[in-house]
Design a protein around this ligand. Structure first.
Ligand code: FES
Length: 144
């Protein structure tokens, strides 16, 4: 049996939403100090909805698949729902990740949170700091 689900392989081989949004309303960039991978998420926000989301990821297959899935999951959603996207939801949508790769999905959650913070702060919008704090969900690999 393969280490990765078919969905992970699909999103790695055919990533959705790869690229840059010019004049993005929110940009979030995070990295993992241990593996050195970097993820950048761009959000376009219109009428309090996430009209578009794109990513650039310099990282492993799981990080690319996680970015692809995470952007798919938030596109078209109200901005208010985006902070509730957890790395676990990304992992589930990918039909699982190996335990030592769960930290890759944490990058996606955190990059989206950073992009939302960037959007709120640029526009002087109050937000729930607890909801946008760093993830504590990556207990499997200790690699957050
Ligand atoms: Fe670093 Fe996957 S190994 S994000």
């Amino acid at each position: 049996m393969s280490l990765y689900s078919e969905k992970v392989m699909d999103h790695f081989r055919n990533p959705r939403n790869i690229g840059v949004i010019e004049n993005a309303d929110g940009i979030g960039e995070v990295g993992n100090a241990k593996c050195g991978d970097i993820m950048k998420i761009y959000l376009k926000i219109e009428n309090n909805m996430i009209a578009d989301a794109k990513f650039e990821t310099f990282g492993c297959a799981s990080a690319i698949a996680s970015s692809s899935m995470a952007t798919e999951l938030i596109k078209g959603k109200p901005v208010s729902e985006a902070p509730t996207l957890t790395n676990q939801a990304v992992v589930e949508a990918l039909d699982g990740l190996p335990a030592h790769k769960v930290h890759c999905s944490v990058l996606a959650e955190e990059a989206i949170k950073q992009a939302l913070k960037n959007y709120y702060e640029k526009n002087g919008i109050e937000y729930n700091h607890d909801l946008l704090s760093d993830s504590e969900n990556c207990t499997d690999c200790g690699n957050t």
